[in-house]
Design a protein around this ligand. Structure first.
Ligand code: AMP
Ligand code: GLY
Length: 423
C-alpha cells in the first residue's frame, strides 16, 4: 500500500519508523517531513493544509491511505475534503472529521461535549468581548489560581494560569478585547483549577470501537522542576508509573467509553486518535483537554511500545473493524528526551550542524526540527531531536537516553536533565 503521512515532527518520524516495519506498507511519502523521515521514506514538499495540492499528489502517486499527524489539517477539514470529493472518497484518511476535530479546535465545544456526556471535567464558563464583565464577576466566585483558556488553536500557548485576581481580570480583557491570541481568544473558557498530577491517555477509534494505547506523561515546561515557559513538550515517559489498574479502569469507564459513545450519539464521524489530557486529583481522573491527534513527544514513547502492526490497525480503523484486532504492547518502559535549540520556546537559531547521531547505540533518535543539506543534518526548529530508549523501568530507560545524548552535539543545544523527576 502507498501511504502519505502529513507532518514534520518527531511524532511523524516515529509514525514513519513504525509504519515502515509493516509488510502492508510498500511506499511511504511524508509531507513535508524532516531529515529523519527523508532517510527512511520519501519526503514531499507539500503543505499539510493545502488540500488541493494534496489531492493532486494523491491522485498522481495513487496514494491509498493518508495518515494525519498534526491537528491543523484536521481542524481545517481534511477528512471531509476527501469524503466530499468523488475522486478521493475511497481513500481513507486517518483522523477525525472537521466536526470531531472541534474537540481540539474549540475549548468551548470540548467542554460542552464533556458536560453533555457526563464526563468528569473542571467546572467552567465561557465568555466573549460582549460578556467580559460577567467573566470578571465569574472570576470573583473562584479560588485562585485562575485558569483562562483561549477557545481556539493557539499553538499550545493559549492557556494562562494566574494567581492574582486583578491580573486574571486584566488578562481576560487582554484576550477578549485586545485579541492577545488573535481570533483564537475571541472566546475564553474560564475553568476551575485542578490540583493533581497530569497524565495522558491515547485512544485509537474507528468511530464505533476503540483501543486504548499505553499511557504517557509529558514534561511541558522548558525548565527543570517544571519551571519556565510552556513548550510543545521536553520529554515523555510511558507507561505512567502511578497509572495503576484501578486508575486505568476509571479512565476507561468514566472517560474513554463515554467519549466514544458520545461521538456516536452526536453523529460525529471519527476515525483516528483521541488524546485525552487528564489530571489525577486524589485518584480521580478528570479531563483537562482533548486533542484529536497523537501527542509529540508522547508518540515517541507510545509507538515504540506498540508491537502490533500500525498499518493493519489503521486499516481496521478505516474499515471499522478495530474490534477484530488485538493490541500487543511491549512490557518495557520507554522514555524520550527532547533536545532543543537554545532559546526555545522563544527566539532560537536554526541551521546548526548536528553531529554524533551515528554514535548513538541502543537508543532511537527521532528527528523533529531537522533538515538535511549537502550530506549534513542541520537543526531546523525549536525541538530538534527526541532520544528514545527502552528499559526495564523508566529510570533505566532515562539513563540510557542521557548517556546517548552525550554523543550528540550542536551549537546552543539544550535539554532538560530531570525528565521523570516527579514520578
Ligand atoms: P491545555 O492546553 O488545556 O492542555 O492546558 C495546558 C496546561 O495547562 C495543561 O497541560 C495543564 O498543565 C494546565 N491546565 C489546564 N487546565 C487546567 C486546570 N483546569 N487546572 C490545572 N491546570 C490546568
Ligand atoms: N505534548 C503535548 C502535545 O502534543 O500536545
Amino acid at each position: 500500500m502507498t501511504i502519505l503521512l502529513l507532518g514534520s515532527g518527531g511524532r511523524e518520524h516515529a509514525f514513519a519508523w513504525k509504519m515502515l516495519q509493516s509488510p502492508l506498507c510498500s511506499q511511504l511519502f511524508v509531507a513535508p517531513g524532516n531529515a529523519g523521515t527523508e532517510a527512511i521514506a520519501t519526503n514531499v514538499n507539500l503543505n499539510p493544509t493545502d488540500f488541493n495540492a494534496i489531492k493532486t499528489f494523491v491522485l498522481q502517486e495513487k496514494v491509498e491511505m493518508v495518515v494525519v499527524g498534526p491537528e491543523d489539517p484536521l481542524v481545517k477539514g481534511i477528512f471531509d475534503f476527501f469524503q466530499n470529493d468523488d475522486s478521493l472518497k475511497h481513500i481513507p484518511v486517518i483522523g477525525p472529521s472537521k466536526m470531531g476535530a472541534q474537540l481540539e479546535g474549540s475549548k468551548e465545544f470540548a467542554k460542552e461535549f464533556l458536560v453533555r456526556h457526563q464526563i468528569p471535567t473542571a467546572a467552567y464558563d465561557s465568555f466573549t468581548k460582549e460578556t467580559v464583565e460577567q467573566g470578571c464577576q465569574f472570576l470573583e466566585t473562584l479560588q485562585p489560581p485562575f485558569v483562562l483558556k483561549a477557545d481556539g488553536l493557539a499553538a499550545g500557548k493559549g492557556v494562562l494560569i494566574i494567581q492574582d485576581l486583578a491580573e486574571a481580570k486584566e488578562e481576560l480583557r487582554n484576550m477578549l478585547i485586545n485579541e492577545k491570541f488573535g481570533e483564537a481568544s475571541s472566546k475564553v473558557v474560564i475553568e476551575e483549577f485542578l490540583d493533581g498530577i497530569e497524565l495522558s491517555c491515547f485512544v485509537l477509534t474507528d468511530g464505533k470501537n476503540y483501543k486504548i494505547l499505553p499511557t504517557a506523561k509529558d514534561y511541558k515546561r522548558i525548565g527543570e522542576g517544571d519551571t519556565g515557559l510552556n513548550t510543545g513538550g521536553m520529554g515523555a515517559v510511558s507507561p505512567v508509573p502511578f497509572a495503576d489498574a484501578v486508575l486505568l479502569k476509571k479512565i476507561e469507564t468514566r472517560i474513554v467509553k463515554p467519549t466514544i459513545e458520545g461521538l456516536q450519539k452526536d453523529g460525529i464521524p471519527y476515525k483516528g486518535f483521541v488524546f485525552i489530557g487528564l489530571i489525577n486529583v486524589k485518584n480521580e481522573p478528570i479531563v483537562i483537554e482533548y486533542n484529536v491527534r497523537m501527542g509529540d513527544p508522547e508518540t515517541e514513547v507510545v509507538i515504540p511500545r506498540l508491537k502490533s502492526d500500525l498499518v493493519a490497525l489503521f486499516q481496521a480503523v478505516a474499515n471499522q473493524t478495530l474490534d477484530k484486532t488485538e493490541l500487543e504492547i511491549d512490557e518495557r518502559s520507554a522514555t524520550t528526551i527532547m533536545v532543543v535549540s537554545g532559546g526555545y520556546p522563544e527566539d532560537y537559531e536554526k541551521g546548526k550542524v548536528i553531529s554524533g547521531i551515528e554514535k548513538v547505540t541502543d537508543s532511537i533518535v527521532f528527528h523533529a526540527g531537522t533538515k538535511s543539506e549537502n550530506g549534513q543534518v542541520l537543526s531546523n526548529g525549536g525541538r530538534v531531536l527526541a532520544v528514545t530508549s527502552y528499559g526495564d523501568d523508566y529510570q533505566q530507560a532515562i539513563k540510557k537516553s542521557y548517556q546517548n545524548i552525550d554523543q550528540l552535539h550542536f551549537d546552543k543545544m539544550y535539554f532538560r536533565k530531570d525528565i521523570g523527576y516527579d514520578l
